[in-house]
Design a protein around this ligand. Structure first.
Ligand SMILES: [Zn+2]
Length: 357
């Protein structure tokens, strides 16, 4: 009788909840950094859609992709909206098994974890893509009766959505010789201007993209001079990512001491990247981004707590995820001096097409 009553009341509670994509995550011992990151990825709608696609899921099982499989099951639970919170126990244990550095109860860096997690998911999805390509090559080979090289696959939904590219122009200060190079990025780690109490995210971006001069031990080898020379470096973005992830370098050094910079970095719901884009990008639709998630860090270097603020694409409302506690917040409360990571999307998210939603 008692059990039945409990079941009924829990069913009532679950019925009442019914908020797809809004699900708190229980803390399993200092795991707030993991929870905050998982919430941000759960709000990245096109990424979730791709992973929850039935074909992708079947392939993940066939290719024995443990990290992605567990992550996808968790996303499904969070998007079905049946309960106000769930326990990411399996996700944590599978992550700890491949990333032993996270297998303890100490506070970790959310940004580092996000990069590790995306890498692990990318590796799993590469396995799926290779398996698919191999099987289609085998079919072709049979048809054409010849041998094929090993399948080479480099891109996945992870690189497609989160990867951008920076371009560097270096200028020898002695002979004016110019050289160009590029580098892909997933997160832009932005410096915060020092000795001020407030600035804007544009100030941080300007500082990141500011022209620098490499001198002394940092001088670069000039191919024309054949010597190490003082070199000017100009950085710009020549491939803006679909999802722009900005990380504020709040943890710095002051003399010998590690300090947390508490500068209030102002950001708005939209971000214009035009000033930082390479002149070769003509399409202006590339420059405007909408904010959809924020990771906050409160406290200091050793004793801190992470929370996430994410916009739900179905209701267009913001929620604060503090481990298992979830509350709706006014748009005006998204801005805070605790912002540590900002996630922007180039396209506003549509209502998610998820099986069973
Ligand atoms: Zn030179």
């Amino acid at each position: 009788m008692e059990n039945k009553k409990q079941c009924r009341s829990s069913a009532v509670r679950q019925q009442r909840w019914n908020r797809p994509g809004v699900c708190g995550l229980d803390n399993s011992g200092n795991s707030c950094y993991l929870n905050a990151v998982l919430q941000c990825l759960c709000s990245t709608v096109p990424f979730v859609e791709h992973l929850l696609n039935q074909d992708t899921r079947k392939e993940l099982v066939r290719s024995k992709c443990r990290v992605a499989e567990v992550f996808v099951r968790l996303l499904e639970e969070m998007w079905m909206g049946r309960s106000s919170s769930c326990a990411p126990v399996e996700a944590r244990s599978v992550l700890c098994s491949i990333l032993p550095q996270f297998d303890n109860d100490s506070q970790q860096d959310a940004q580092e974890l996000l990069l590790f997690l995306l890498n692990a998911l990318h590796d799993d999805l590469i396995r799926v893509a290779k398996r698919q390509k191999c099987s289609s090559m085998r079919q072709q080979r049979r048809a054409q009766n010849r041998n094929c090289a090993t399948a080479a696959v480099e891109s996945t939904i992870v690189t497609h959505m989160f990867e951008g590219q920076l371009s560097y122009m270096t200028l020898c200060m002695h002979c004016d010789h110019q050289a160009h190079s590029t580098q892909t990025f997933t997160v832009l780690s932005l410096p915060i201007p020092t000795d001020i109490i407030k600035c804007s995210i544009q100030d941080c971006l300007s500082l990141f993209f500011e022209q620098t001069t490499l001198s002394g031990g940092e001088q670069m080898l000039c191919s024309v001079c054949g010597l190490r020379r003082e070199t000017a470096v100009l950085t710009c973005m020549d491939k803006p990512p679909e999802i722009l992830m900005l990380h504020l370098k709040r943890f710095g050094c002051k003399g010998k001491n590690q300090v947390k910079l508490r500068t209030n970095v102002f950001f708005s719901a939209t971000l214009d990247l035009t000033p930082f884009l390479s002149s070769s990008i003509e399409n202006t639709s590339y420059s405007s981004y909408c904010l959809y998630a924020v990771v906050n860090h409160i406290g200091n270097l050793n004793m801190g707590h992470y929370t996430a603020l994410c916009q739900n694409t179905l209701t267009q409302t913001w929620h604060c995820f503090d481990d298992s506690a979830v509350r709706e917040v006014e748009d005006s409360l998204v801005q805070s001096p605790n912002a540590y990571m900002l996630l922007y999307s180039r396209e506003p998210f549509q209502k998610p097409k998820i099986h069973g939603l």
